[in-house]
Ligand binder design. Sequence first.
Ligand code: ADP
Ligand code: MG
Length: 350
Amino acid sequence: MLEDKNQERTSLSSMGEFGLIDHLTKDIEINQPSTLKGIGDDAAVLDFKDKRTVISTDMLVEGVHFDLAYMPLKHLGYKAVVVNLSDICAMNAKPTQITVSIAVSNRFPLEALEELYSGIRHAAKVYDVDIVGGDTTSSQKGLIISITAIGEAEEADITYRVGATDTDLLVVSGDVGAAYMGLQVLDREKEVFKVNPNNQPDLEAYDYLIERQLKPEARKDVKELLKALEIQPTAMIDISDGLSSEILHLCKQSNVGCNLYEDKIPLDPQLINVCEEFNIDITTVALNGGEDYELLFTIKMEDFEKIKANPNFSIIGHMTQESEGAHLITRANTKIALKARGWNAINDEE
Ligand code: ADP
Ligand code: MG
């Protein structure tokens, strides 16, 4: 659980709830002008003036959403923040504050929570958000983390899942599928380790995939990139469950159909190699893998020239009339209906 196995283990019961909160939250800085009061009172006080406020919450449960066998606590803290910030970014808003709530069993020493918090605080620093509150309580078993992210945006900039029209282009940031295969590589190493604990794995060939799994990033830059290109997205969602499932959300909520082109889906070279090695279909991974935390959005057809050569974005398809449905157009030019199978779909198929 702890990165350094020889580290001290201070029991949480010796600290008391208030001692623990003080210890974890001491010298947390406030940097956002919209934070009037952070940690320390009954509630935080924020002021967004004439901007809109966006709020999103996610909960992560040990054994359901993460496995501490291969997720260092520091990474877990970082990831817990990032996945929430990603939801704020997916509204085309700017994240500004978070609150952090944790429930822990006494299996965890103070040092474990310090590691978790170092990841949380690092993410808050990287993304320039203030930690303005939270709650701390005990659990019977395991660790639960719930983070609420708050952000701001001009009303005109906020982008919903509703808003795509049947002539819009479909665009994705970055590349997809890598986080899922990162998990597969880690799973395989865990099995190898069980058989031979002295085996030192050489994971260099998989570093990008593993990083995408253990240390995902939210695309806070996309809002700025689109502003600079003078593009207002018409609908937007972040990719947590998988490209296919997110496309279907956009289609359903915007009442449109879609043609997604297999040959346009952005794939990292490491992903191509590892899919060959694992003998797994790369398009299945790209469509259903999930946890990429890239942004998927639609833009007006007339914005094509502005975005077509931009290395941050790939135009992967176009929307259609709702009656046409949502399809993948394969490299062989066949048309396959997109299905929302999500996160566990690849394993279910076997
Ligand atoms: P209350 O009794 O009103 O719930 P607490 O004693 O739980 O207050 O919390 C005291 C202060 O510490 C509050 O500002 C709260 O938001 C903050 N806080 C509590 N737990 C955490 C945590 N895990 N991370 C960050 N802030 C926390
Ligand atoms: Mg409380």
